[in-house]
Design a protein around this ligand. Sequence first.
Ligand code: PMP
Length: 373
Amino acid sequence: MPRFEPSTSLRASVRALTGYVPIEPPEEVAARYGIAPESIVKLDGNENPYGPSPRAVAALAAPYAAHRYPDPDQRRLRSALASHLGVPVENVLAGAGSDELIDLIFRAYIEPGDAIVVAPPTFGMYAFDAELHGASVVEVPRGEGWALDAEALLDAASGAKAVFIPSPNNPTGDVLAPALVDRLLEAGALLVVDEAYIEFSHATSLASRAAEGAPLVVLRTFSKWAGLAGLRVGYGVMPAEMVSLLMQIKQPYDLNVAAEVAALASLEDRAVLDERACAITGERDALAEALRATGWVHPWPSESNFLLCRLDGARGLEVREGLRRHGVFIRYFDTPRLQDHVRISIGTPEDSARLLAALEAVRADIDAGRLHA
Ligand code: PMP
C-alpha cells in the first residue's frame, strides 16, 4: 500500500473535480469594495427578500430542544409535508436543503462510469455531484430561446441512469412541458424534476405523479418560497421504496432541530408565504418591464424569482463588477453562452429601484470607457 499523502491519495474523481462556484458571503464582497454591508442590495442568490414567515420567526425565537438530536425519521416534518402536498407520508423525504437530496440520489444510484443527463444552462449541482461520483455528464444544450431539445434529451436519457431538469429552470426561468415529462418517464432513466422555484410559476407540481410510483423524484425546498435558505431544508417526493432506501444511507441527523421547527411553522404560515410569492412575481414582471425600457438589458420570460437578462453592448462580468461598486450584487456565469448575460434575483420594489439607478450609472461608465472588469 503506498503511503498516505493528502493530495495524491485522493479518489481519482475528486482529484479531477472542477468544483461548484457558490455565491460569496456579501460581507466579504462588501469589504473588498469598501461598501457598508447594510447598504447592500443582494440579488445574486435567488433568496427571498422578505425573510422567514412571522410564525417561523416566532418559532425560532421560542425555546426548542436544541440540546437533543433530531428525529432521524423526520416524522413531524414528513407528515406535515404529506398533508401539505396531498401525498402519502411514505413518499416524502426531507433533507438539509434539496442539495442534500441530490447528493443522496447520487450516493444511492450513480456509480463511476454511469451517465447523467442535464440541459445547460442549468443548475450546476447535478454536474458537480456527477463529477464527485465519477459519473459522466451528458449535456443536451438548450436551443434557441433556451428551449429544451426534446428528441436529443430522450435519446440521451435512454442510455443514462438519471436525467436532472429544474422546472422552472435556473437560470433560464422556463418550465418543463407536461408532454415531455410523459415521454421522459418512458425513457428508462430516473427523472429528477427540481421544483425549487415552482411557487413562483404557473406550473402544476409533479409531486403526486412521483408518489404514484413513476421513476420520478420531485425536489422542493424551503429556501426560496419560505425564506429559509440559511437553515437548509429541502424535501423530495418519490416512490416509497426509494424513500426507505435513501433513509438508510442518509446521515441520521441531517435535518436539524431549528430547521424542522421553522419549516413546520412555515407550513402553518403558507397563506403569508403565498402572498409574498405573489408580491415577488408581481415585482418580477414590473422589473422586467423597467429593464426592457433601458433598451440594453433584455430579460428572458421568467416563471421564477429571477430574471436572466441579455446585455446589449456590455459583458456580464463588467456589469456585475460595475454594480458591485454601487453595492448591488447580481450573478454572472462564466460559461461561453452566458458571457453577455446576467441573472438578477427579484428583491423588494426598493431593491429594484436601487438596481435600476445603479444600472444607469454603470451604462454611463461603460459608454465613457470608465469600466474595466
Ligand atoms: N435546485 C435549484 C434549481 C436551485 O437553483 C437551488 C438553489 N440555488 C437549489 C436546488 C438548492 O436548494 P437548497 O437551498 O434547498 O439546497
